[in-house]
Ligand binder design. Structure first.
Ligand code: 9GP
Length: 833
């Protein structure tokens, strides 16, 4: 029952309805009120952390007022909404973003100053919300920002992990994982204990005849776990629209604990049910681009899909529309295959709960869903074993078999001669055990499938999903090249540059129309502007240098060339190529005469990123980087000419310090392996140049900024297969420069060579799958070109400014508008006061 207050009684509500603070004084009043009452502190014991909590609570109040208005307006206008289903939302910190998006950061700065605090220190108190692994989760966070900024009625749905991605500590050069207690003191979520959904697992399917004589199915018995909603407000920039991110938490449906057992003194099993249920939303799987097929992961996926679908259907049913209008009201986007069970769940709801016929239901389902693929790596493509699914979700497996049967029948009709095709496109892989191919369900159950950069989308069509292009035609497949939100990645991360751009362009409009950056090109030759540009880069490098000093103890010279590679550690991303390149540089410097050394451009090679805890080779790469750093950083022969830094526990807020400070950053994946990459965009947007392969979005970045402003190297995607083939069936010859590097490693220059033998062997002995040796020569040659280019400061600055001016395409605002037009068919809805 809706608890709505009747009109005659609403006057009092209107009179006392809370209003937003709008200036410094009102903010201070709210801040002090929260510190004194909500936090029970006072001016005598208010530390920076309490100041953070008070500020966050004041801003949370403001957001929630706008959140309420947004939700009411979206409900009243009853327009189509989009739901973004993602197992990962890598949000980072929320306070700075909230202050900037509602346009109150200056008021907050002044208000905090009046009360004895610096806004920068207060912001630093916040713990990152790290519910994601890397690019996929951060993209989802950027999407939320753009959807709200563009006023789209949009919700995110995810899991409220008790532990997000682990914290990384480096001990003796090795990565150690430590749990991340991010929920302690998190003011940004609203528990909705009244919004719960019972989720069923296991059990059996009962077939019966309904009153019309039709065979119907009901899923019976099994276990029930409760999903509880937690809402996180998502403010748009410069708009009242505040959207919702709903995260589900799991809990035992039977209540807190079993009183009978408790009274009998069996305390452990009294809480066992509760603990088992809570396990579902306890941890984020720490794998990036890798799926392992664990039962708990499947449970997480179903738990979250079923709760979200129940919520979406409940909202739709309130409108009392006919079912065939569902796709006019609801668009659901699947972020990778993780939420694919939502397709099957909606079909189950429509068939088993709402009594629709198969075709009618399936028609609704396919019009509702869109699927984004983010990777072509085979190890990342989800498959679930049939016995596992049979046990956990028996009714869903039946439906999957039915979807498959009807699909294969339709394929057979069109291609009667092609038996091979049927087995290739079947949802069920005929292996031992049989496996359910989730990507195929996602394709068959969606009306659009997109990749995340042009090359990636082309590869999907010509390799992985080639058969489906034959079946459905090319129109089902499309490309939407990724972007990043300029609010966080330019305005928030690089306030100095944002201010300079605003001064030149006459305001901050570029933050909501990034194409306006192109006007900067007019200033490329303006001496004063260049000087200011260079000064800002130096300031940002100083900020990073201070951070490095504080966190690692190493002093780095901001006049050096800062060369950065920060991202998940993965063989395909090739941090090994980078560190081998660093060793090569080290050996070269050591072999130089004093005269020769004078010509060397001093460099700081900065690495950061986590390895999945079970990914041994990635951990070995981290170990090697740290061991090389140990040797290089204290070698008097090289001094400041080369420093190697590994930044521990790389995360979103560290990225905000790192991106604006790079001179060059590395996006050097083996061609054809990186879906898009998004840090490439963040670095260029902040005036850093990039060295990269012809892979992912590097290709479109090159097209936009021009070939002369990027350092490309390496083999092309079209040559990779042939090269790999040759490694195995021809003779493999290690690149001679790389051989020198390996000789140094094997001579124990960086500690016990045995620690790194698996890594060198993967290249020398096991086929060099990622083409490290093939690309090594062009990699180091290109780095030589980087050094030369850096010597010419003016030309370098021109490249930097021109590149930023041409980055307008890479805003997630453009991306979201493309999804809205070509996939979701949703319109913006402006929220008024
Ligand atoms: O590896 C891709 C990365 O290239 C891309 O930028 C990101 C966002 O689209 O998704 C990553 N994919 C995954 O994490 C798993 O598919």
């Amino acid at each position: 029952v809706e608890a709505s207050i009747p009109e005659p009684l609403r006057e009092a509500w209107r009179k006392y309805s809370v209003s937003e603070f709008g200036n410094k004084e009102e903010f201070e009043k709210e801040l002090v009120r929260h510190i004194e009452t909500t936090l029970a502190r006072s001016m005598y014991n208010c530390d920076e952390h309490a100041a953070y909590s008070g500020t966050a609570l004041a801003f949370r109040d403001r957001l929630i007022i706008e959140w309420n208005k947004t939700q009411q307006r979206q409900t009243f206008t009853d327009q189509k909404r989009v739901y973004y289903l993602s197992l990962e939302f890598l949000m980072g910190r929320a306070l700075d973003n909230a202050m900037l998006n509602v346009g109150m950061k200056d008021a907050a700065r002044d208000g905090l100053h009046d009360l004895g605090f610096r806004v920068e220190d207060v912001v630093e108190q916040e713990h990152d919300a790290a519910l994601g692994n890397g690019g996929l989760g951060r993209l989802a966070a950027c999407f939320l920002d753009s959807m709200a900024t563009l006023n789209y009625p949009a919700w995110g749905y995810g899991l409220r992990y008790r532990y997000g991605i682990f914290k990384q500590e480096i001990v003796n050069g090795y990565q150690m994982e430590v749990p991340d207690y991010w929920l302690d003191n998190n003011p940004w979520e609203f528990p909705r204990h009244e919004i719960t959904v019972d989720i069923q697992f296991y059990g059996r399917v009962k077939n019966y005849q309904d009153e019309t004589g039709k065979i119907a199915h009901s899923w019976e018995d099994g276990e029930i776990v409760q999903a509880v909603a937690y809402d996180v407000p998502i403010p748009g920039y410069g708009t009242k629209t505040t959207n919702n991110l709903r995260l589900w938490s799991s809990k035992a449906s039977s209540g807190e604990f079993d009183f009978q057992k408790f009274n009998a003194g069996d305390y452990e099993s009294a809480v066992a049910d509760q603990q088992t249920a809570e396990t579902i939303s306890a941890v984020l799987y720490p794998n990036d681009n890798l799926e392992r097929g664990k039962e708990l992961r499947l449970k997480q996926q179903y738990f979250w899909c079923a709760a979200s679908l129940f919520d979406i259907v409940r909202r739709f049913k309130k409108t009392r529309r006919a079912w065939n209008e569902f796709p006019d009201q609801v668009a659901i986007q699947l972020n990778d295959t993780h939420p694919t069970l939502a397709i099957v769940e909606l079909q189950r709801i429509l068939l088993d709960k709402e009594g629709l016929e198969w075709d009618e239901a399936w028609n609704i389902v396919t019009k509702t869903f869109g699927y984004t693929n983010h990777t072509v790596l085979p190890e990342a493509l989800e498959k679930w074993s049939v016995p596992l699914m049979q046990n956990l979700l028996p009714r869903h497996l039946q439906i999957i078999y039915d979807i498959n049967l009807l699909f294969l029948q339709s394929v057979e009709k069109r291609f009667p001669q092609d038996r091979e095709l049927l087995s290739r496109v079947s949802i069920i892989e005929e292996s031992h055990p049989k496996m359910v191919r989730m990507a195929y369900i996602a394709i068959i159950g969606s009306h659009k499938v997109n990749g995340v950069a042009e090359l990636h989308s082309d590869l999907l069509k010509t390799t992985l999903f080639k058969d489906f292009v034959k079946i459905y035609g090319p129109d089902r497949f499309t490309n939407v090249t990724n972007g990043v939100t300029p609010r966080r990645w330019l305005h928030q991360a690089n306030p100095l540059l944002s201010a300079l751009i605003a001064e030149k362009l006459g305001g901050h409009e570029f933050l909501t129309d990034l194409t306006l950056l192109d006007k900067l090109e007019a200033f490329v030759d303006d001496k004063d502007f260049r000087d200011e540009w260079a000064h800002i880069k130096t300031m940002n490098k100083l900020r990073l240098a201070k951070f490095i000093k504080r966190t690692t103890g190493h002093a780095v010279d901001p006049n050096s060339l800062f060369d950065v590679q920060v991202k998940r550690i993965h063989e395909y991303k090739r941090q090994q190529l980078n560190i081998f390149g660093v060793i090569h540089r080290y050996l070269s410097i050591k072999a130089m005469s004093a005269e020769e050394k004078k010509k060397v451009v001093p460099r700081v090679s900065i690495f950061g990123g986590k390895a999945a805890p079970g990914y041994w080779m990635a951990k070995t790469i981290i170990h090697l980087i740290n061991k090389v750093a140990d040797v290089v950083n204290k070698d008097p022969d090289v001094g400041n000419l080369l420093k190697v830094i590994f930044i521990e526990d790389y995360n979103v807020s560290k990225a905000e310090i790192i991106c604006p400070a790079s001179d060059i950053s590395e996006h050097i994946s083996t061609a054809g392996t990186e879906g898009s990459g998004t840090s490439n965009m963040k670095f260029v947007m902040n005036g850093g140049l990039i060295i990269g392969t012809c892979d992912g979005a590097n290709i479109e970045i090159t097209r936009e900024i021009g070939e002369s402003n990027i350092f490309l190297f390496g083999n092309l995607a079209e040559d990779v297969e042939e090269l790999r083939h040759r490694h195995f069936y021809g003779s493999f010859k290690l690149d001679p420069q790389l051989e020198k590097v390996f000789t140094a490693i094997k001579g124990n220059m960086f500690g016990d060579a045995a620690d790194f033998s698996a890594l060198t062997a993967s290249i020398e002995e096991h086929g060099d799958y990622y083409l490290v040796s093939d690309d090594f020569n062009s990699y180091i040659t290109t780095h030589g070109m980087v050094d030369e280019a850096f010597k010419n400061k003016e030309a370098w600055l021109a490249k930097s400014i021109t590149s930023v001016a041409r980055m307008g395409f890479f805003s997630t605002d453009r991306v979201i508008n493309e999804y809205a037009d070509s996939i979701w068919n949703v319109e913006p809805l402006v929220v008024k006061d």
